[in-house]
Design a protein around this ligand. Structure first.
Ligand code: AGP
Length: 611
């Protein structure tokens, strides 16, 4: 879950590596470090953010043109200067950075300790570089061959870059589980955990596949092999993203920018999928239409916010296409020995396309013969390349750790999927279908109205910013929106918020409610409004501070809440897309008012590439 950067070429490596780490920081920010080779290895490591590292190193940074850098999400060993990467071999001449977990590091470490090695850190990574040097010296191998051999002894996940003081014209990198992208420049190479730090230098990239190792030479030559030694012909792809897309464009935070981008990103997620005749097209689904129609059920698997988007998708698909859907936490599904076979389709939802648990759930699905479909944002990511077919969300790079535009992006793709299947299976009459399609097409234009409620939302944020707890309630298709509102508030403001089906309150959670206890209710579904209103009465009776997301013009509902935010009207099924945005803004402003780091909340990382 760390961020990795590497550079070899003619330019000064230090500024390139530091800038790359700033771009990668959303992947982990417990500590950061760089190693630059300029005749000898120069290593700088610091607990905390990349800015702390830069201030620590900038005055003494060497001008070598080969370097590696790492920003850490701690797994083994507490966040401190010693456990920060890069780590060095026994002689101090080989440096390594690593994203992932070496599960058998203790066994390897024991053997090396018996051989007289001494270790400075508590990390699994330091063990690997000691092993590499041991093999290199014992068999007088090249750096590439030594790394390759060492990795045959490793159990676990890794994205690594290795640099050797005695071989200043070579960088070696390898991956298994954790992502690595190579940027192919003119007699220079860039290595990164994803393409965002590379795009400003080159659009030509190679996505390293699992169990592959690459040797990059200063003269522009490079080779890729499998860990077991089989040569591989690199597949060079052209990046589509623009460097500008990864800037804050004048906003204070990436999360704020990504919330305000949703009119455009929803438009982009819809673009080209609905034709003037109101037919819906998703190439991936159309390629697998027979499988979808013959499927015993669809199993949606994901983590975090993507899992919650899956819950909304369950409502869409079951209501419109009448295909049974199950939604599974990927981290549970992968170990649950589920009943699964070729009659099932497993749909993986992921913004990053690199989430380890979701990848493992897909591997299980494939092993059991199920068909797989991906709904992913990151172009070229592992999940996108692993599934039988899929659809991109097209919401652009999402950098804020708290996912926002990818949630609405995923729900749009799920809505298109449900409509396409409904049409193909004739489970909807034409007028209902047309009404749903035309209202979906209008959603992007309605986002501005939601964003215009920001002033009221800031007032509510002021009111609850000092609270320690909060409850979010919703019924039916809005229950997942309550879950998402609670997750956003938890993630970035550290207020302990729980999302619940409103009808579930009286079976326990209502015991938490006391005077002025914040209860946020998503009350934008007409069909269940009365039920929701009685649930609000129940918490009001215990003195709760009630905040309601209501439909525009719903004067009845407005009366009952202490505070209300109006969401524009749309079809019942599409209300989650419009109702979630006020909750994204609420969490954002509470976190800002609490003076917290909105884009890099504590203990989190944008892409969870370890189990
Ligand atoms: C959401 O705000 C979080 N960042 C997290 O729950 C995230 O949704 C989860 O880790 C899944 O990530 P993915 O969509 O990239 O697979």
């Amino acid at each position: 879950m760390c961020g990795i950067i590497g550079y070899i070429g003619k330019r000064d490596a230090f500024p390139i590596v530091i800038k790359g780490l700033e771009r990668m920081e959303y992947r982990g920010y417990d500590s950061a470090g760089v190693a630059i080779l300029d005749g000898s290895l120069h290593v700088f490591k610091k607990k905390g953010k990349v800015a702390d590292l830069y201030n620590f190193a900038k005055d003494s940074a060497p001008h070598g043109s080969i370097g590696i850098g790492h920003t850490r999400w701690a797994t083994h060993g507490i966040p401190n200067d010693v456990n920060a990467h890069p780590h060095l071999s026994e002689s101090g001449k080989i440096a390594i950075i690593h994203n992932g977990i070496i599960e058998n590091y203790a066994v390897l470490k024991d053997a090396l300790l018996h051989a007289g090695h001494t270790f400075k850190s508590e990390t699994d990574t330091e063990v690997l570089v000691h092993l590499i040097e041991t093999i290199k010296e014992k068999d007088t191998l090249s750096l590439f061959a030594a790394v390759q051999q060492a990795l045959t002894q490793v159990v676990g996940a890794y994205g690594i870059v290795v640099m050797d003081e005695t071989d200043p014209d070579t960088l070696v990198c390898a991956r298994k589980g954790s992502p690595l992208v190579l940027g192919i420049g003119n007699e220079e190479f860039f290595i990164a955990s994803d393409a965002s730090p590379i795009v400003e230098y080159t659009k030509k990239v190679v996505y390293l596949e699992n169990d592959q190792i690459a040797e990059l030479k200063r003269n522009g030559e490079y080779k890729i092999e499998t860990i077991s030694g089989t040569p591989h012909t690199p597949f060079v792809e052209e990046l589509t993203m623009e460097a500008e897309a990864i800037g804050k464009e004048g906003y204070d935070h990436y999360m704020q920018k990504e919330i305000f981008e949703q009119a455009t990103t929803i438009h982009d997620a819809l673009r080209g999928h609905i034709l003037p005749d109101l037919s819906v097209h998703l190439r991936g689904v159309e390629e697998m239409i027979a499988s979808f129609n013959g499927a015993r059920r669809l199993i949606i698997t994901a983590c975090g916010t993507s899992w919650i988007a899956g819950l909304v998708g369950e409502y869409f698909i079951e209501n419109l296409a009448r295909i049974p859907v199950e939604v599974e936490y990927a981290s549970e599904f992968r170990y649950r020995n589920p009943v699964l076979d070729e009659r099932d389709i497993v749909i993986a939802i992921s913004q990053s396309g690199e989430t380890a648990d979701t990848l493992a759930a897909l591997e299980l699905a494939k092993a059991r013969g199920a068909k797989t479909y991906g709904i992913v944002n990151a172009v070229g990511s592992s999940i996108a390349r692993m599934t039988d077919a899929g659809s991109y969300m097209h919401v652009g790079p999402e950098i804020g750790v708290a996912s926002t535009k990818a949630f609405t992006g995923a729900t749009i793709v799920l809505a298109l999927l449900a409509l396409l299947l409904a049409k193909d299976r004739s489970t909807l009459d034409d007028s209902a279908y047309e009404q749903l399609v035309t209202s979906l097409e209008k959603i992007d234009a309605q986002i501005a109205d939601v964003l215009a409620t920001e002033k009221q939302i800031i007032e509510i944020a002021e009111r609850i910013k000092d609270k320690d707890n909060a409850l979010f309630l919703g019924r039916g298709i809005l229950f997942p929106v309550a879950l998402e509102g609670a997750l956003k508030l938890k993630e970035i403001s550290y207020i302990h918020a729980e999302g619940y089906p409103a009808g579930e309150m009286k079976h326990g959670p209502i015991a938490l409610v006391e005077a002025d206890f914040p209860v946020v209710v998503v009350a934008t579904n007409k069909e269940l409004l009365e039920k929701v209103i009685s649930n609000v009465q129940e918490v009001k009776a215990r003195g709760a501070l009630t905040i309601g997301i209501v439909r525009e013009g719903d004067t009845e509902a407005k009366k009952i809440f202490d505070y209300t935010i109006e969401a524009p009207n749309s079809e019942e099924l599409w209300m989650p897309i419009l109702s979630v945005i006020p909750l994204q803004l609420l969490a954002y402003h509470v976190a800002v008012l609490r003076g917290l780091d909105v884009d890099k909340p504590r203990n989190l990382a944008k892409s969870v590439t370890v189990e």
